[in-house]
Write a protein that binds this ligand. Structure first.
Ligand code: FES
Ligand code: FES
Length: 163
C-alpha cells in the first residue's frame, strides 16, 4: 500500500506493508536516527514527533500516520549550528554512547513546546524527572540529562521549582 506523509518538512510517499510499524518504515527510508531498542514500547529510543506530539514509533502502525507530519532528529541542526536543545545536551555532557539521545531529544522538543504554550510556567522538578521516565539510558545515571532539562526549561520561558 501507499503511504503519503510529511517527514521533516518534506512530502514523501512510501510503499509499505499493511502491518509495518512506523519505526521500520522510517529506518528503511534512511531516517537512521530513529533507534530500535526494545521494540516493545518500553525504552523510548524510537521516539519521534507525530503532528508535534511524541510517539513511540515501534508501537505505531505506519498506515495510521497517513497525512501526518513526522519529525525525527534529522530535522535538527542539519549542516549548520546545533539546535538549542541539542546544544544544551552537549554543553552538559548529557550523553555517553548516545543511543538514547534521539529519543530524549524528540521528547524534549515536545516538552519545550508544551512549556512555551502553558499559562503557568512553574515547572516542578518532579515533572522534569517524569519526562525522563519514558527514555531509558544505560550509560549516564540521568543527572546530566536532568541538569540539561532544567536549563532548557528556563531557556524556553519556564521557572524550575525545586523539591
Ligand atoms: S524501541 Fe520503541 S520503545 Fe523501545
Ligand atoms: S548515553 Fe548510552 S544509553 Fe544513554
Amino acid at each position: 500500500m501507499n503511504l503519503k506523509i510529511t517527514v521533516n518538512g518534506e512530502k514523501k510517499q512510501f510503499d509499505i506493508e499493511p502491518n509495518e510499524m512506523l519505526i521500520d518504515v522510517l529506518r528503511r527510508e534512511g531516517y537512521k536516527s530513529v533507534k530500535k531498542g526494545c521494540n516493545m514500547a518500553d525504552c523510548g529510543t524510537c521516539t519521534v514527533l507525530k503532528d508535534g506530539k511524541a510517539v513511540l514509533s515501534c508501537k505505531v502502525f505506519a498506515a495510521s500516520v497517513e497525512g501526518c507530519e513526522i519529525t525525527t532528529v534529522e530535522a535538527l541542526g542539519q549542516n549548520g549550528p546545533l539546535h538549542d536543545i541539542q546544544q544544551v545536551f552537549v554543553d552538559e555532557s548529557a550523553f555517553q554512547c548516545g543511543f538514547c539521545a534521539p529519543g530524549i531529544i524528540m521528547n524534549t522538543m515536545e516538552f519545550m513546546d508544551d512549556i512555551q504554550q502553558r499559562e503557568n510556567k512553574v515547572v516542578p522538578v518532579s515533572e522534569i524527572k517524569n519526562r525522563l521516565n519514558g527514555n531509558l539510558c544505560r550509560c549516564t545515571g540521568y543527572e546530566a540529562q536532568l541538569s540539561a532539562l532544567k536549563k532548557l526549561v528556563v531557556k524556553y520561558g519556564g521557572e524550575v521549582e525545586d523539591e
